[in-house]
Design a binder for this molecule. Structure first.
Ligand code: PNS
Length: 172
C-alpha cells in the first residue's frame, strides 16, 4: 500500500470471546475519529474459544446494529496475519484497547511486529471508560460460570448466549 488513503479505516481486531461493554466502548470512541470501523474477529479455533468464529461475528454484528444503527462500522472474520487482512481492506490503522500497564508489554510487541511486517501500519491505543478498565473476556466467562452478576458489564444479548453455554440448567 502506498500514499495516503482517502478513507480512514480503523481495524479493531480481537478474539472477542465474548464481546463485552469495554469492547463496545472502544468502538464508540472510534466512530467519530475514523471514516469506517471494521471489527475483525480472529478465527482461532485452535485456542478452543467458547464461541465459534461465526457465533462471535453474529454476536458483534447484532450488537453494533443495535447500539450504533446506521454507523459506518462492520464486522469481518480473519485468519492469518492481521497486516495481510488490513492490506486487503486498504486499512492502515489498528485500534487496540489499553486497560492497564499490564496490557502494555504484549501490545507494544504486537504493535512493533505489525509495523515491522508492514511499515504503513500504525497502532492506536484507546483507553476504555474506567468502569471497564478491569474487564476481560476471560473474566467474563469465569465470573459468569461461577454465578456472578455481570449486569452493566456485558450486553443482555451476550448474557443470554453465556447462559446457554454456562448455565444450561437454568434454561426454561
Ligand atoms: O483479543 P486478543 O486475543 O488479545 O487479540 C489478539 C489479536 C487477534 C489482535 C492477535 O492475536 C492477532 O492479530 N492475531 C492475528 C495473527 C497475527 O497477525 N499475528 C502477529 C501479530 S504481531
Amino acid at each position: 500500500m502506498t500514499g495516503i488513503p482517502t478513507r480512514r479505516i480503523a481495524v479493531y481486531p480481537g478474539s472477542f470471546d465474548p464481546f463485552h461493554n469495554g469492547h463496545l466502548d472502544i468502538v464508540e470512541r472510534c466512530l467519530p475519529i475514523f471514516d469506517e470501523v471494521v471489527v475483525a474477529v480472529l478465527f482461532n479455533e485452535e485456542k478452543r474459544p467458547m464461541f465459534s468464529v461465526d457465533e462471535r461475528v453474529a454476536m458483534v454484528r447484532g450488537l453494533l446494529a443495535e447500539r450504533f444503527p446506521g454507523a459506518p462500522c462492520r464486522v469481518e472474520s480473519f485468519s492469518g496475519l492481521l497486516v495481510d487482512f488490513m492490506a486487503r481492506l486498504g486499512a492502515r490503522t489498528v485500534v487496540r484497547g489499553l486497560r492497564a500497564v499490564s496490557d502494555f508489554e504484549f501490545e507494544f510487541q504486537m504493535a512493533l511486529m505489525n509495523r515491522r511486517l508492514n511499515p504503513n501500519v500504525e497502532t492506536v491505543f484507546m483507553m476504555p471508560k474506567e468502569d471497564f478498565s478491569y474487564l476481560s473476556s476471560r473474566l467474563v466467562k469465569e465470573v459468569y460460570g461461577l454465578g456472578g452478576d455481570l449486569t452493566g458489564l456485558v450486553p443482555p444479548s451476550v448474557l443470554a448466549l453465556l447462559a446457554e453455554r454456562l448455565r444450561p440448567e437454568k434454561r426454561p
